[in-house]
Design a binder for this molecule. Structure first.
Ligand code: ADP
Ligand code: MG
Length: 184
């Protein structure tokens, strides 16, 4: 590409329900970026310590090193100049400030790849997801397999009785649902 057409920074969002392969896809993109000799850094929110503090791990046990942070402000402090790709998993757990941070990074010519749940267990937009989706240049919406009927699933149904929006859990607490089975 010549200078005029050169792609610089941008934001990619990977979204979908639980078990749709968001973390798997994030890891896939990051590992390919390493093969292409990019320098990457990966973050995840402290709230998500289901498997490990220093790794992002997908449900099919793929993993990549990550930095756990309790506050999105820690991201900008943690990025050496030679890093050109930033990954963030479970971005729906961060506060509004994460949006400006992603914009700043993209404007500094970084490729920002984030993944998160677009909908909560009630089928409503999850936190900052609508904002990051509207900022993104590229969006991939993934589907899981409906645990009830086997159709494509775009919803996450809570099968435990808890009512709070944030409740960490796996197949013991959540299942993937198609529209039909979710609203039944
Ligand atoms: P996410 O980050 O979206 O929650 P992961 O990338 O961690 O998903 O895991 C995706 C993997 O989850 C799939 O490759 C598959 O092995 C497993 N899995 C478990 N339940 C389901 C389901 N209902 N639909 C699709 N994949 C599932
Ligand atoms: Mg995940």
């Amino acid at each position: 590409m010549n200078k005029k057409n050169q792609r610089l920074g941008w934001i990619e969002v990977i979204c979908g329900p639980m078990f749709s392969g968001k973390t798997e896809e994030l890891i896939r993109r990051l590992k390919r970026a390493i093969i292409a000799k990019n320098k990457i850094l990966v973050f995840k929110p402290k709230i998500d310590n289901r498997y490990s503090d220093s790794l992002i791990v997908s449900h099919n046990n793929n993993s990549i090193e990550s930095i756990t942070i309790d506050n999105e402000d820690k991201i900008l402090d943690n990025i050496p100049d030679d890093i050109n790709i930033i990954g963030i998993d479970e971005i729906q757990f961060f506060k509004k400030g994460i949006i400006d941070i992603c914009i700043k990074l993209a404007n500094k010519n970084k490729r920002v790849i984030v993944s998160g749940l677009d909908k909560d267990f009630q089928g409503k937009p999850f936190g900052i997801m609508p904002n990051i989706l509207s900022e993104a240049e590229y969006i991939s919406k993934l589907n899981a397999i409906c645990n009830v009927c086997g159709d494509y699933a775009f919803f996450t149904k809570r099968i435990s009785k808890d009512k709070e929006q944030i409740l960490l859990g796996e197949l013991d607490k959540y299942e993937a649902n198609c529209r039909n089975c979710f609203y039944k």
